[in-house]
Ligand binder design. Structure first.
Ligand code: TXA
Ligand code: MG
Length: 326
C-alpha cells in the first residue's frame, strides 16, 4: 500500500475524473480485472497508456462506456449486438463492432482499425467514474505487457511498477478474468477471446457463435496487432530515410529542416517526443494519404519505448501488401 492507492469514495472518484479530463491516466477497478484508463477520444492520452504498458505493438484497446446509449455514440451496434448488450451489460462482455463515423474516438485507441471494442463494466466504481468523467475510457488491463492482469489495487500497483500515479481502490474484482470478446462486425458472431462471460449464456440469447475461427489461434486470445487488417496508407513507405527523394513526401521526426517543394510533409513530433509521435502516427499517415502522397519517406524513429510500437506499425505499413488486401 502506498499513496498512489486511493479508496474509491465520491471525492476520489471526482479527483480521478479530473485527472482524466486533464489527459491523465487512472487505474480503476472493473468486475473483471483492474484497467489502466485514459480518455478514449484523445490520441495523446491513449499514447500514454501504450507507453506505460510497454507494449511493442499498438493493439487496439477496449473503450469502456456507461451503457448501451453511450456505446452507440461510438459504434454501430446491429440487432444482434443490441440484444447482447441489453442482456449482458453492464457486465463482462466486450463487443467488437464497426466504428461510427465521426464518433470522435482516438485512432490510436482503435489501432487504426475501422472496428471498436466496446464494454459497459458493471463494477460500481467503474460506473461512477465513467459517469463523473462523462466520456469513454480506453482501458487495457493494468499490467505491463505480457504479465498477468491484476485483480486488486495492490496487484495493479505492483504490476505497473509505479508507472500509474493514480489508483482507485474498489476492492478485489468479482470475476477475476478478462471480459469475453465477441465480434459482431460481420455476418456471423465470432468469439475473439473467451472470458468472464460463459459462451453458453451468450448462445442462449443469440444462437450460434463461431468459437474457433481464423482469428482464434488455439487458446491464445486473438492478437490483432499481428493481423494485417490494420490501417495501411495508400502511399508506399520508405523507412529510415535521411531525406525525401524527388517526388517523395516526408514524414519527419525530431528537428529537421527538410522542405519538400511540392510533396506534402508532416512531422510526427518536431521535438522528437515519442509519446507525441505515437499520438500523431495514424492521423499523419491519413493526412499524407489525403494530400495525395504516392510515396512517403519516413525519418528514422528510435527503437526504444513507444518507438518500438511506432516502428512495428510502420514496418507493417511498408511491407508488401498481401494479394487479398488489394
Ligand atoms: O475485462 C477486460 O476486458 C479488461 C478490463 C479492464 O475491461 N480489459 C482488457 O483489455 O482485458 P486488454 O487491452 O488487456 O485486452 C483487450 C483485447 C485485446 O486482446 C485486443 O486485441 C482486443 O481486446 N481488441 C480490442 N479492440 C479490438 C478490435 N477492434 N478488434 C479485435 N480485437 C480487439
Ligand atoms: Mg490485457
Amino acid at each position: 500500500m502506498d499513496d498512489r492507492i486511493r479508496a474509491a469514495d465520491a471525492n476520489m472518484i471526482g479527483a480521478a475524473a479530473e485527472t482524466l479530463r486533464g489527459g491523465g491516466m487512472v487505474v480503476f477497478p472493473t468486475e473483471t480485472v483492474y484497467g489502466l484508463g485514459a480518455d478514449a477520444r484523445s490520441d495523446r492520452a491513449v499514447a500514454k497508456i501504450f507507453e506505460t504498458k510497454g507494449r511493442p505493438q499498438f493493439n487496439p484497446l477496449i473503450a469502456h462506456v456507461a451503457d448501451l446509449a453511450a456505446a452507440q455514440k461510438y459504434g454501430v451496434l446491429d440487432p444482434r449486438a443490441v440484444t447482447l448488450a441489453e442482456r449482458f451489460w453492464p457486465g463482462p462482455l466486450t463487443l467488437v463492432v464497426k466504428r461510427r463515423a465521426g464518433g470522435g474516438l482516438s485512432d490510436l485507441a482503435c489501432a487504426g482499425l475501422d472496428t471498436i471494442a466496446l464494454r459497459a463494466p458493471a463494477h460500481p466504481v467503474a460506473q461512477a467514474l465513467l459517469r463523473a468523467f462523462g466520456g469513454p475510457l480506453a482501458a487495457p488491463s493494468a499490467n505491463l505487457s505480457g504479465k498477468l492482469s491484476p485483480t486488486t489495487a495492490a496487484d495493479a500497483d505492483a504490476a505497473m511498477r509505479g508507472g500509474a500515479p493514480f489508483i482507485l481502490d474498489g476492492g478485489p474484482c468479482d470475476v477475476g478474468l478478462e471480459s469475453t470478446i465477441i465480434a459482431a462486425d460481420g455476418d456471423e458472431l465470432r468469439l475473439l477471446r473467451p472470458g468472464g462471460l460463459p459462451l453458453e449464456a451468450l448462445r442462449e440469447n443469440v444462437g450460434a457463435i463461431a468459437s474457433a475461427g481464423p482469428i482464434v489461434a488455439g487458446e491464445r486470445p486473438q492478437a490483432p496487432g499481428a493481423l494485417e487488417s490494420h490501417y495501411a496508407p495508400d502511399a508506399r513507405l520508405r523507412l529510415n530515410a535521411a531525406a525525401p527523394e524527388q517526388g517523395e513526401s516526408w514524414l519527419g521526426f525530431g528537428p529537421d529542416q527538410i522542405l519538400t517543394e511540392t510533396a506534402p510533409r508532416r512531422s510526427l513530433s518536431p521535438r522528437g517526443d515519442l509519446v507525441e509521435a505515437a499520438a500523431n502516427l495514424f492521423a499523419s499517415l491519413r493526412a499524407l494519404d489525403a494530400a495525395g502522397a504516392d510515396r512517403i519517406a519516413v525519418a528514422p524513429i528510435p527503437e526504444k519505448g513507444l518507438g518500438r510500437a511506432i516502428n512495428d506499425r510502420l514496418r507493417r505499413a511498408a511491407a508488401p501488401r498481401p494479394s487479398y488486401d488489394v
